[in-house]
Design a protein around this ligand. Structure first.
Ligand SMILES: Cc1cc2nc3c(=O)[nH]c(=O)nc-3n(C[C@H](O)[C@H](O)[C@H](O)COP(=O)(O)O)c2cc1C
Ligand SMILES: [Fe+2]
Ligand SMILES: [Fe+2]
Length: 391
């Protein structure tokens, strides 16, 4: 393969995973995912993050060939999640003298996963400089973006930020690797789905990381998933800043669980009322059909959220329960919301949706609508207020 040059002496060594169905065995990957790793071939040599074990069979050969007989001096570990670190064990066997560079929190994990000896570990603290010759690397400790040990590596010489999960995206890099080589419209949804489901829970920590990076002159952002930002890194920063501030757009997501179509009819009825108000961004999702990760991404994007469930064994439908669980974990904020439900005897769907809504402290804009049996206009009168106030 041709060398992909990021900057002087910095090459891209990533790979595409088109086989994996579920990221973290949880999040669907219809468009795959890229793991990005970088080799700095300077007087001293350094690999910045590695790959998921087994995702690139010629990884070691490519490293050896690019090093051209030189030793690998450093492996810089920005993050210990195995999608970036699980090649470290093999690399240690090939390069027993290598120094694994990270902060002290990562060292505990390195010991736990790879039984790494302290002799192989080089601790760096925030702001310290690792001099490779031409490149001078420094480090920003950015906990919880996305684990407690996470940090970012910054090359002061060429102003390249290796941000690991931050600014990452689902979606493979299909030929185009850099932001100016791709149609970003395709990646924006996958980037937000990645953000909202993987990193979004720690949005306040993303804001803290941004505060640290405020004065840093960034020419290139090299994340560990998705496109590399060399032409317009400000775009990636703008999106992550917006999402981590929970800034949303005008629009409404209606997600429902329905076994036999009655609750679905309620969703359609409400959507029509909202459309009649001139609101154009309205998305309806059947939670049993669309994986929660896509719905969460849309909820992160839009201000209005309406959730509806038929009653199911005195509670809400299990697929809605799943969505609500994930929502309470990842925690989108500043939403206008309303609820609805349907039942045949004593209900339970709406009651459990209300219990969920009390946990998330969103802004309730109207009373819930609940009906028995088949919906009709009279039973759905309450939706006028929902449609009127949702945005
Ligand atoms: C497995 C199952 C469990 C149900 N549990 C309840 C219940 O606990 N309480 C209730 O009032 N209705 C219950 N129902 C009835 C449905 O909630 C009711 O028919 C509802 O209108 C169905 O909406 P849908 O057509 O959108 O699926 C249950 C139905 C099924 C199939
Ligand atoms: Fe991660
Ligand atoms: Fe990752």
């Amino acid at each position: 393969m041709k060398q992909i040059v990021i900057s002087n002496k910095i090459n891209y060594l990533g790979t595409n995973d088109r086989k994996k169905e579920l990221f973290e065995n949880n999040w669907p990957l219809p468009n795959g995912v890229a793991y990005n790793s970088y080799l700095i071939n300077d007087d001293k040599t350094a690999l910045v993050d590695t790959l998921e074990f087994g995702s690139k069979d010629d990884y070691l050969d490519v490293i050896a060939s690019q090093l051209g007989g030189k030793p690998l001096d450093y492996i810089i570990v920005n993050h210990m999640e195995p999608d970036h670190s699980s090649m470290i064990g093999v690399l240690l066997k090939f390069y027993p003298e290598v120094k694994v560079v990270s902060n002290i929190k990562a060292f505990k994990m390195l010991e736990a996963y790879f039984k790494i000896s302290p002799d192989n570990f080089l601790e760096v603290k925030e702001g310290e400089v690792l001099d490779l010759g031409y490149h001078k690397l420094t480090f920003y400790i950015t906990p919880w973006v996305h684990w407690p040990e996470t940090m970012m590596t910054y090359d002061k010489t060429d102003k390249v930020l290796f941000s690991c999960d931050a600014f990452g995206s689902f979606g493979t890099l299909d030929g185009g690797i850099f932001d100016d080589e791709i149609n970003f419209a395709f990646y924006e949804d996958e980037m937000r789905r990645y953000y909202s489901n993987i990193v979004g829970k720690y949005s306040n920590m993303v804001q803290k990381a941004f505060a640290k990076l405020k004065e840093v002159d960034i020419k290139v952002i090299c994340p560990s998933h998705g496109p590399i930002w060399r032409t317009n890194p400000a775009k990636a920063v703008e999106l992550y800043d917006k999402w981590s501030r929970h800034e949303s757009e005008e629009g409404v997501v209606i997600a429902y669980a329905s076994m036999y179509g009655n609750t679905e009819k309620m969703a359609d009825y409400l959507a029509r009322l909202i459309a009649e108000r001139g609101i154009k961004n309205i998305r309806i999702y059947d939670v049993s059909k669309t994986h929660a990760s896509f719905i969460i991404s849309e909820i992160w994007k839009y201000r209005g959220v309406v959730l509806g469930s038929s009653a199911y064994n005195a509670g809400m439908h299990p697929m809605m329960e799943h969505l609500c669980h994930e929502l309470s974990v990842v925690g989108p904020k500043d939403k206008n919301y309303a609820l609805f439900g349907s039942y045949s005897w004593n209900g339970g769907g709406l009651k459990s949706l209300i219990a969920f809504s009390e946990k998330v402290s969103w802004n309730k804009i109207a009373e819930p609508v609940e009906l028995i049996g088949a919906p009709d206009e009279k039973k759905m009168e309450g939706f006028s207020s929902v449609a009127e106030n949702i945005l």
